[in-house]
Design a binder for this molecule. Structure first.
Ligand code: NDP
Ligand code: A1CAB
Length: 264
């Protein structure tokens, strides 16, 4: 049995993905802090909503899906109820496996995961790292849970905060660019709906080409950029405004913020 502790946005997305992948609602339990949230999850998925202590006691795999700021309190609550040897999978940004291990029974295998919101459409990017007591079997169990909702990559834990900045937060950067491009369409006098459709389809087309062509993004961009044409006029402005440097600094700032989260 799998227990999702703190089934908010990411926990619910994983829960629904796991059910889409064919697990039965009776194989899962979840926990929620508010009764109205518990009722919604029960009604939407037909799963049992239990206390954190009950979830910890009955599940073989515990998925911790609370915000980093709530992790200390959650672990203090469940620590005494986790039987030895249970696999604990954490989805939280910034929280290290040693932070979790220190608050659970000695020897508990912990796998740290960073996923992203495309879990909703089975297109997530999830990266996994083993804690001190997690072995190949535990990593494999985490991969089995995550593979139905997208791609999974193993990385050393030292790269987890970087992965959080790159792919955990990544979808937000693309949405931000889409917003800005739609605004540009408005500036050029387009109806909002038309601008949105043009930008979304361009984003989808570009993403599918990136994924399926095997070409490097530089080559794909060169294919769009005609000599003396329109695209290079835009690229010159992006370069003049230092957009590439801004992206590097933004993602580094996200990585640094991840490093701060474990300390609250
Ligand atoms: N959002 C994203 O794009 C991503 C988030 N993450 C990570 O996933 C984790 C969850 O994020 P997200 O889903 O966005 O956050 P949410 O706030 O949507 O989900 C967390 C849920 O946990 C509940 N909760 C908090 N404490 C407890 C408790 N003691 N017992 C039971 N339930 C509790 C919260 O209740 P309440 O509703 O009352 O607040 C909330 O519903 C975070 O650690 C984040 O770093 C990782 C990748 C991407
Ligand atoms: O913004 C955050 O902290 C979380 C982690 C990765 C994406 N969202």
């Amino acid at each position: 049995m799998i227990a999702i502790l703190g089934a908010g946005k990411m926990g619910e997305a994983l829960l629904s993905g796991v059910l889409r992948a064919g697990r039965r609602p009776s194989d899962l339990v979840a926990t929620a802090r508010r009764e109205e949230r518990a009722t919604l999850l029960r009604e939407r998925y037909g799963i049992e909503i239990v206390s954190n202590a009950q979830a910890a006691a009955k599940a073989d795999t515990l998925v911790l899906a609370v915000k980093p700021q709530d992790m200390g309190a959650l672990l203090a609550e469940v620590g005494p109820h986790v039987p030895p040897g249970r696999l604990v999978i954490s989805m939280a940004a910034g929280i290290t496996t040693s932070f979790i291990e220190d608050r659970l029974p000695e020897g508990t295998p912990v796998v740290r995961v960073m996923s992203n919101t495309p879990v909703h459409v089975d297109e997530a990017m999830s990266v996994v790292s083993a804690g001190a007591h997690a072995d190949e079997t535990h990593l494999h169990m985490a991969e089995e849970l995550l593979t139905p909702v997208g791609k999974v990559l193993r990385i050393p834990e030292s790269l987890q905060d970087g992965a959080t900045a790159l792919s955990g937060s990544g979808p937000a950067y693309f949405y931000y660019l889409v917003e800005a491009m739609v605004d540009a369409g408005i500036l050029l006098g387009m109806p909002r709906a038309a601008a949105l459709e043009m930008v979304i389809q361009s984003a989808v087309g570009a993403a599918v080409m990136l994924r399926d062509s095997g070409e490097h993004p530089v080559l794909l961009r060169e294919g769009v950029t005609s000599p003396g044409g329109t695209t290079i006029a835009a690229i010159r402005e992006l370069e003049r405004h230092g957009v590439r440097a801004a992206v590097l600094e933004a993602i580094e700032a996200a990585r640094n913020r991840g490093r701060e989260l474990a300390s609250g």
